[in-house]
Ligand binder design. Structure first.
Ligand SMILES: NC(=O)c1ccc[n+]([C@@H]2O[C@H](COP(=O)([O-])OP(=O)(O)OC[C@H]3O[C@@H](n4cnc5c(N)ncnc54)[C@H](O)[C@@H]3O)[C@@H](O)[C@H]2O)c1
Length: 319
């Protein structure tokens, strides 16, 4: 992909060595872009991007986004932030700083460069929703002082900053609210349900179900999500979002556990544990806007995505 000035578009991806970031870097390189990956390796890893390092158009800088960065790029995808409760609750102050100071720093850079910028926001901005499924107009139901607030409120404040930079400085912004996404290169110990269940099944350990397992989640395969990111970034400047991206298919935790047991061939049993504080009972995206704007909807069925993810976990951790 080339710019008006005739060279390959230079794209910065913060959090580029993480789960989603590494898939995004891969896709952007495949499109012909130059990619600058920024990461402090808090939850990301060099292994996630090792296969990209031989590409001359790929560069990596070890950097913490809570500090300013001066580089020259045409577009920015801001993904840097730990995404799972075990990781974001490890150092909650740093989590809020990563979202808020990180947003200020990348927005400042985008303003200086007049670069278009996409924010990886989250369905967590809806908190424990009283509206189901959640459309973008819903303002959410977040506990501002609970243990998840460092992440939820950090991401909400980042959205505020993006929209104020847009209104005040006419910056071209794109805000995506990502719903549960899974796939190869997820962190094996992040406590998120898909990686948890797969690791437990492959180890032959009991599968941990919080509560009675009737709470539901939706699961989007990573390739579908990245396709949505790229299509959204390419839309006209008036399309700022926020835009929900996720898979509206809804499954209970018990259904997910059964699928993973079947696909791994594991004989693990199920054990029930108490629900964590502020755990949402249900979460499902309303993707009407994304369908209309991007002509996009998830294509990969849960069973296929789980098979690919299980194959990755087997090869990486059990070969
Ligand atoms: N995966 C999902 O289901 C999901 C859902 C909603 C939102 N998101 C958002 O998408 C983004 C990527 O999530 P992911 O699932 O790939 O998680 P991840 O933890 O694999 O990726 C986050 C990356 O950011 C890096 N990072 C963290 N703090 C940093 C800092 N201060 N400076 C520089 N780099 C830093 C980490 O090292 C990691 O590589 C996050 O912003 C997350 O909030 C993800």
């Amino acid at each position: 992909m080339t710019t008006l000035r005739g060279y390959n578009k230079r794209i910065m991806v913060t959090g580029g060595a993480g789960f989603l970031g590494s898939h995004l870097c891969e896709r952007l390189l495949a499109r012909g872009c130059e990619v600058l990956c920024i990461d402090n390796y808090f939850t990301g890893s060099r292994e996630n991007i090792a296969h990209l390092l031989d590409d001359r158009r790929f560069e990596v800088i070890r950097h913490d986004v809570t500090f300013p960065l001066y580089v020259e790029v045409d577009e920015i995808y801001n993904l840097a932030c730990p995404a799972s409760p075990v990781h974001y609750q490890h150092d909650p102050v740093q989590t809020t700083k990563t979202s808020v100071h990180g947003a200020i720093n990348v927005l400042g850079l985008a303003k200086r460069l007049n670069a278009r910028i996409l924010q990886a926001s989250t369905s967590e901005v809806y908190g424990d929703p009283s509206v189901h499924p959640q459309p973008e107009e819903y303002w959410g139901n977040v506990n501002p002082i609970g243990p998840r607030a460092c992440y939820d409120e950090g991401k909400r404040c980042a959205e505020t900053l993006f929209f104020d930079y847009h209104r005040q400085h006419r910056l071209s912004i794109k805000v995506v609210r990502i719903f549960n996404t899974y796939g190869p290169r997820m962190h094996p110990n992040d406590g998120r349900v898909v990686s948890n269940f797969i690791m437990q099944a492959l180890r032959g350990e009991p599968i941990t179900i919080y509560g009675d397992g009737s709470q539901t989640r939706s699961f989007c395969y990573v390739d579908d999500l990245i396709e949505g990111f790229i299509r959204f970034m390419d839309t006209a400047p008036e399309h700022t979002g926020p835009l929900n991206l996720g898979n509206p298919g809804e499954f209970t935790m018990l259904e997910l556990a059964e699928k993973i047991l079947r696909l791994t061939g594991s004989s693990s049993t199920l054990v029930h544990r108490e629900l964590p504080q502020d755990d949402p009972k249900q979460r499902r995206p309303d993707i009407t806007r994304a369908k209309a704007l991007l002509d996009w909807e998830p294509r990969v069925p849960l069973d296929d995505g789980l098979e690919r993810t299980i194959a990755y976990f087997r090869k990486r951790f059990f070969a």
